[in-house]
Unconditional design. Structure first.
Length: 251
């Protein structure tokens, strides 16, 4: 009986400690929650935006050849001869390195026609080979497109102007974004009749490069070439942007 009382007594003691622990944790949670709430009342979060307008130093050109023939082999053979001529022009005349010429598309596919009498039938084959060309002398882009067209290119896409290496401008665009965040947070603090304290946290969102596109119309280009005029291409400016999420202390 005494042994049983001892066990019961020990259980009662442990139970008291557990209950005491629960009540004590509740006591400590109160001040912590109050502190967290107070911190939230004394901060302001904004998104700062930075932007730089840069002069492009590279253009990416899509230059391709489309050919049609009665057989797939003939279409592919004719296409290969024309694309080889264009590649030789780019490398030998325009001094464009191999690394700056990349095949982005190649296919040979049937050309179908349909009539109620004959149904669907193959009426020849189309072959396409498209190159992506990186070129850095932006004063001669129009001349290059004219030369490619004269060499047999009949599928010229957009010219995309960009900045090849933006790492040199990263610090500048970040500084602009931070300055923008300071202005925004300062305006909010002033409106709330508070003063701005130190920066608590900063995180950078993904930056972005907005290229400039020139839509090359082949028919207009060929007409201009026939008239003795060359294609005029204006590079414009490239925009580099970034965003910073910044949290400030409010005093």
């Amino acid at each position: 009986m005494k042994g049983l009382l001892k066990k019961i007594g020990s259980v009662m003691i442990v139970g008291s400690l557990l209950i005491g622990g629960i009540s004590m944790s509740g006591i400590f949670q109160g001040p912590a929650k109050a502190y967290a709430d107070e911190v939230q009342k004394n901060v302001v979060s904004v998104v700062g935006k930075g932007e730089l307008s840069l002069k492009p130093d590279i253009v990416y050109l899509t230059i391709g050849v489309d050919t049609t023939a009665t057989t797939a082999q003939e279409a592919q053979k004719t296409n290969a001869a024309k694309i080889q001529k264009i590649m030789a022009l780019l490398k030998n005349t325009w001094k464009i390195a191999d690394k700056d010429i990349q095949s982005t598309q190649f296919y040979v596919q049937p050309n179908y026609s349909y009539s109620e009498k004959e149904g669907q039938q193959v009426k020849g084959y189309n072959a396409n080979h498209t190159l992506l060309v990186s070129y850095r002398d932006l004063t001669k882009v129009g001349e290059l497109l004219d030369a490619a067209s004269a060499a047999g290119a009949n599928n010229i896409g957009n010219a995309r102007f960009s900045v090849e290496d933006t790492s040199a401008f990263e610090a500048q665009v970040i500084e602009k974004a931070m300055a923008n965040a300071d202005v925004k947070a300062g305006a909010i603090a002033k409106a709330a009749k508070r003063s701005l304290g130190q920066v608590i946290t900063v995180s950078q969102n993904d930056g972005d490069i907005t290229p400039v596109y020139f839509e090359q119309n082949l028919k207009m280009n060929m007409a201009a070439a026939d008239a003795g005029a060359s294609t005029s291409v204006q590079p414009g400016v490239v925009k580099v942007t970034t965003q910073l999420s910044v949290m400030y202390e409010l005093k």
